[in-house]
Design a protein around this ligand. Sequence first.
Ligand code: WQD
Length: 347
Amino acid sequence: MTILVTGGAGYIGSHTCVELLAAGYDIIVADNFSNSNPESLKRVAELTGKLFTISKVDLQNRQQVEKLFSSNKIDAVIHFAAYKAVGESVEFPLKYYQNNLAGTMVLLETMEKFHVKKFVFSSSATVYGATNHMPITEDEQIGSTNPYGRTKEMIEDMLQDIYQADPSWSIAILRYFNPVGAHKSGRIGEDPNGIPNNLLPYLSQVAIGRRDVLTIHGNDYQTKDGTGVRDYIHVVDLANGHIKALEKIQKTPFISAYNLGTGVGISVLEMVRAFEQASGKTIPFHIGNRRPGDVAICYADPAKARAELEWTATKSISEMCEDTWRWQLQNPEGYITEKVSIEASGA
Ligand code: WQD
C-alpha cells in the first residue's frame, strides 16, 4: 500500500513516516518545507533504511497536487500539512485560513478526482475550546477560540459533509492533545522556528542553555498546583495512533473522530520537575501572567480510540522528557540551520 503523507517533513509527520515505513507501507511525502527541514526526511531514511519519494509540493498548487496523483498509485492519505501556531493564527488569521483551508480543499478535490477516498486527518484538541468537562470525550461540544483551531474545526465539518454526500469515503479524524518527545535515537525531533511557543521545546532550550529562564504562564489556576494542566502524549505513541487509524480506514467506509491523548493531566510544574530529572539540569523559572487563550485544564478520555482503533498511549512522562533531552543534546540548534534545498524530485 502507498500512503501519501502531506507535511511529512514536520515533527509529527516525520515520526509517523518512521512508523509507516517500519510497518511495511510505501510512502510519498509531499511538503513545501515552509515550516520544516528536508533534513528530517534524510534522517527518516537513515533510521529506517528505506527509500521513499519526496515531492516539494504546495497543496494550494492544484497542478502539483494532481501530478502527485497522476504519477503515483496512492491508496490513502495522511494529511499533516498545515500552519499550527495558535498565537500566529490570531495575528495573521487570513494566512491560516488560506493555507490550511485552501490547501486541504485542493487535496480533497484531487483525491475525489482520482478516486482516492481513504483519509486520516491531523486535527487538534484545540477544537474543543474552553470546557470544564474533564476528561474530554469526542462528543464534547466543539468551540475553537482561535483561528488555528477554527481551521481544524472547519475542515472537520468539510469532511462530515463530504461523507454525507458520498459515504464510500473512509475518514479518521485524529484530535491530538499535547505532542511531545522524540524518536529514541535522538535523530528526529521537534525543531520550532524561533522562540518556542510550546512548553517542552522551551524547557529543553533552557536546559541546553539557548534560553535563560522559563516563564510559567500563571500559577493561580484552579489546579493541583496552580499551573496549567495538559495531556502530554509522546510523539511516537501519536505516530502509532495513525498506523491504527490507517488500518481502520482500510476495512470499511466510515467517518469518526478520536482523541489521541494519555488520559492523564500533568501540570507545568510537574513537567518542569520531570524534565530536571531527565536532563540532570536545574530549570530556572519565574511566574509570569496567564497567557491569553490558555485554559486551566485539558486532558483526554482516550477510551474511544482504545476501543475502536485498538490504540493506547504507552510512554511515560519520564520517557517524553528523556527522549526530548536526547534529541536536544544531539541537535543543540535543531536540524542544520541552513535549509538544504531539495528540488522537486518529481512525483
Ligand atoms: C502547555 C502549558 C502553558 C510555554 C498548544 C496548542 C494546541 C496544540 C498543542 C497544535 C500551558 C504552559 C507553555 C511556556 C508555560 N498544538 N507554558 N510557559 O497551549 O496546551 O497547546 O500546543 O495542535 O493547539 O494550543 O501547549 O505547550 O503551549 O502550553 O507556562 O513557555 O504550558 O501556559 O499551561 P497548549 P503549550
